[in-house]
Design a protein around this ligand. Structure first.
Ligand code: AMP
Ligand code: GLY
Length: 389
């Protein structure tokens, strides 16, 4: 236990248990080279090798890769290891800039103008902090639009796209409060999202395809795993915010329950290099996922308090996250606690289901009641309409 970031330990464990397929969930083991160790031990692995996982672990690498292969998904950006030129580039960007630590920081390394940084001086202080820590960073243009996630199964050559999903990063109702790991998400029955055009979706799909191809050319080896594009639909079309080298949380809970094909077959397709998109089907249903999180989350979450899920009527779509089971009871472990996914013909029915079930979980918790409601979805549509007019 506790050694998931140790490649040799994971490969040994897998060997001792006659493993014939491994699926890596989080980014830590990908960055540590666990996929490399598993393949070397003869165990096929869903999840890219360390070098290809840079698509998530280094924001600068990703921006440079897309630029080199002429994939027009990036905002204006520059990479830095020291303070030279930082002030000048901030002046060039004016009020619309984002500073990103160039490595994994659990979603906390990104600071956006207007949200987390309120002046060039504050931005310079943050850059200085990163330099003092020995870090490198990226400064880029702040994009204005609506974010969505498009995940694709990838076998090194072929891709099969999942339905797009919209996550909600802010802790409180109406997209206010601090950023979180994601408070909830939704997907629609038609495998589109109400605020996107068909063009937006195919653009995002083409970016994932081009990026997988670029990775293959760059490393003479294909990317095997889930390629997760975090996109934003802007006035100038779709742009890339970031890539992840894994399934999204909560996005996976929206789309995997809709997969009508055998998940094992999909995984074997990825490792064997014979994925066929036409065999990978998703039910045409709407999904709304809501997380219940500890009071005080994310800044000062309560911990160790008991929760009670016994009033949930349909346990099938209840997902445990940061919980501890002790003596037959469940306790909050300090991060996002449990999620519930409502699945129905329409978004509003799916939302009503998720809301009723997650509300029935007892304990010092809260969730966002607005995720998936028609009012919030309409706000997204109005926003994109206003910037595209
Ligand atoms: P990341 O860790 O790169 O996903 O960034 C976290 C969040 O910061 C994203 O979900 C966006 O809301 C925001 N963000 C990152 N890059 C940009 C950008 N270039 N423009 C606007 N918002 C951004
Ligand atoms: N939903 C964001 C992530 O999984 O990183």
């Amino acid at each position: 236990m506790g050694k998931i970031n140790n490649p040799a330990a994971v490969a040994d464990f897998a060997n001792q248990h006659d493993t014939n397929l491994a699926i890596i969930g989080p980014e830590g083991p990908l960055e540590a080279g666990v996929a490399d160790a598993l393949w070397e031990a003869g165990i096929p692995c869903v999840g890219p090798r360390e070098a290809l996982a840079q698509i998530e672990t280094s924001k600068g690498f990703t921006r440079d890769l897309l630029t080199k292969y002429h994939i027009p998904a990036c905002p204006v950006y520059k990479r830095y290891t020291a303070m030279e030129g930082v002030r000048e580039f901030l002046i060039e960007l004016g009020d619309n800039y984002v500073v990103k630590y160039d490595g994994l920081m659990g979603g906390k390394g990104v600071k956006v103008a207007g949200d987390h940084l309120h002046s060039h001086d504050e931005a310079l202080d943050y850059c200085m902090e990163l330099v003092n820590r020995g870090g490198t960073f990226v400064i880029e243009e702040k994009l204005i639009g609506e974010e969505f996630s498009l995940m694709s199964f990838c076998d090194g050559e072929h891709l099969a796209h999942m339905p797009p999903v919209q996550d909600h990063k802010r802790a409180y109702e109406g997209d206010t409060g601090p950023n979180t790991g994601g408070m909830g998400s939704y997907s629609d029955a038609d495998h589109r999202l109400p605020f996107l055009t068909d063009d937006d979706i195919s653009q995002a799909q083409r970016f994932n395809e081009a990026t997988a191809q670029a990775l293959k050319e760059e490393f003479s080896e294909g990317y095997k795993g889930v390629l997760y594009g975090g996109f934003i639909a802007t006035a100038d079309g779709v742009k890339l915010i970031e890539y992840n080298a894994r399934l999204g949380d909560p996005e996976a809970m929206n789309v995997l329950p809709l997969l009508t094909s055998d998940f094992m077959e999909v995984c074997l397709g990825m490792v064997n290099g014979n994925l066929d998109a036409k065999d990978i089907l998703f039910a045409h249903q709407a999904t709304v996922c809501k997380y219940a999180v500890p009071e005080g989350y994310p800044d000062s979450p309560v911990k160790g308090e008991p929760i009670d899920v016994s009033a949930i009527t349909d346990m099938e779509q209840l997902y445990y996250a940061s919980v501890e089971a002790r003596d037959g009871l469940l306790y909050e472990a300090g991060s996002r606690t449990v999620a519930y996914v409502g699945i129905a013909q329409t978004l509003s029915e799916a939302e009503a289901k998720a809301e009723a079930e997650i509300t029935s979980v007892k304990g010092p918790l809260f969730h966002r009641t607005d995720i998936g409601t028609s009012a919030l979805v309409q706000k997204r549509i109005d926003h994109i309409t206003s910037i595209r007019d």
